[in-house]
Design a protein around this ligand. Structure first.
Ligand code: NAD
Ligand code: IPM
Ligand code: MN
Length: 355
């Protein structure tokens, strides 16, 4: 049997709590279906950084790149670490070093009761955000001049390469075509940032010609933020830059019930993949046992799908839906269950033979 090797990086705060549940779910589905997954836990995060002064080594990057089929990550970020440099080293380090240029963040309303919008969107919605994941202002090009003086200057450049824009726009169109979605929307701020916006619009137009069956439109990010609240059902696939994708994905997540439900995939197609909830380490609730593990568990569904097990992915999604329908939920969804109880319920559901 082919063994799929998974590196789990629980990280910090609630990341550790939700990855524990997600890993149980992964192992349960793998053993029930005989998929042969093998999970190895990695100790990367604030504790290690504070203990050893090391966030992640060159050798660890290489091993994570060469020895694993996928990475399952919780979250990184800890108030004890000044400016969270360990989190940037590890999380952005992995995204950049493994060149995980596609950040796919599905925002699907699983149940209308989860919508915070008055009346709820009539028809529900399925939105898939494709966020460029290796460039933009995250490239960290810039610096601070005359630091600490009244004349200080801080510069953070927005780096957009034709190659980088093309590959994420192509990924969004390809996804839309494969999933039978009719419309791709590109989001930018070309009115204030015409250089970057110009490149994105040109690439979007050119690639759009290769997907003639697809409706396309372009939106400014401020109007997009507004319209996502006003009529989210109007949108299907969004493609945008690193920063705008980060911001819009938190907004879209809350429209589907909150960060506790939002999964994500960071992928370089054909090479490497990392799956993680969209949320962070949530220091405000870490240690209380109340974090919602569903975003991490749904990230396992994305992982299964990516590694060629769509049936396992569907089962995990179905089990999460069933938990919500039964009211088995953490406080963020209005329930009274703990992280462990929600995880255990979903794991139990996945142990049953439902065929
Ligand atoms: P956050 O996502 O950690 O939390 C935002 C809010 O959502 C908080 O009120 C939190 O309690 C709530 N929340 C988050 N996850 C939840 C869950 N599973 N269940 C219930 N409620 C949940 O964002 P933040 O507070 O801005 O950031 C905290 C730290 O996490 C920072 O250091 C930040 O840089 C880091 N961060 C890391 C990642 C990542 O590793 N991918 C993502 C986002 C933020
Ligand atoms: C996310 C997070 C990260 C990002 C932070 C922790 C650097 O907010 O994964 O959404 O901005 O990409
Ligand atoms: Mn974010």
């Amino acid at each position: 049997m082919n063994v799929s090797r998974i590196a789990s990086v629980p990280g910090d705060g609630v990341g550790r709590e939700v990855v524990a549940e997600a890993t149980r779910v992964l192992n349960r589905v793998s053993s029930r279906k005989g998929l042969g997954f093998q999970v190895t836990e990695w100790d990367l995060g604030a504790d290690r950084y504070l203990r050893e002064g090391v966030s992640i080594t060159e050798e660890e990057f290489s091993t994570l790149a060469s020895d694993y089929d996928a990475i399952l990550l919780g979250a990184l970020g800890d108030p004890r670490v000044e400016d969270n440099r360990h989190a940037r080293d590890i999380l952005l380090g992995l995204r950049f070093r493994l060149d995980l240029y596609v950040n796919h963040r599905p925002c699907h309303l699983l149940d209308r009761s989860l919508s915070p919008l008055r009346g709820g969107p009539g028809s529900g919605f399925r939105l898939d955000i494709f966020r460029e994941n290796t460039e933009g202002v995250y490239a960290n090009l810039g610096g601070r001049l005359r630091a600490g003086t009244q004349d200080e200057v801080a510069v953070q450049e927005d780096v957009n390469t034709r190659r980088g824009v093309e590959r994420i726009v192509r990924a969004a169109f390809t996804f839309a075509r494969e999933r039978g979605r009719g419309r791709v929307t590109m989001v930018d701020k070309a009115n204030a940032m015409p250089h970057v916006g110009g490149l994105w619009r040109q690439v979007f137009r050119e690639l759009g010609d290769e997907f003639p069956e697809m409706e396309t439109d372009v939106m400014y990010v401020d109007a997009m933020a507004m319209d996502l609240v006003r009529r989210p059902e109007r949108y299907q696939v969004l493609v945008t830059s690193n920063l705008f994708g980060d911001i819009l994905s938190d907004l879209a997540a809350v429209l589907t019930g909150g960060l506790g439900l939002a999964p994500s995939a960071n992928v370089h197609p054909g090479r490497h993949a990392l799956f993680e909830p969209v949320h962070g380490s949530a220091p405000d609730i870490a240690g209380t046992g109340t974090a919602n593990p569903m975003a991490a568990i749904r990230s396992v569904a994305l992982l299964f799908e990516h590694l060629g097990h769509p049936e396992a992915a569907r089962e995990v999604e179905e089990a999460v839906r069933a938990a919500i329908a039964q009211g088995v939920a953490t406080p963020d969804l209005g329930g009274g269950a703990s992280t462990r109880e929600v995880g255990a319920w979903i794991e139990e559901r996945l142990s049953e033979d439902r065929e």
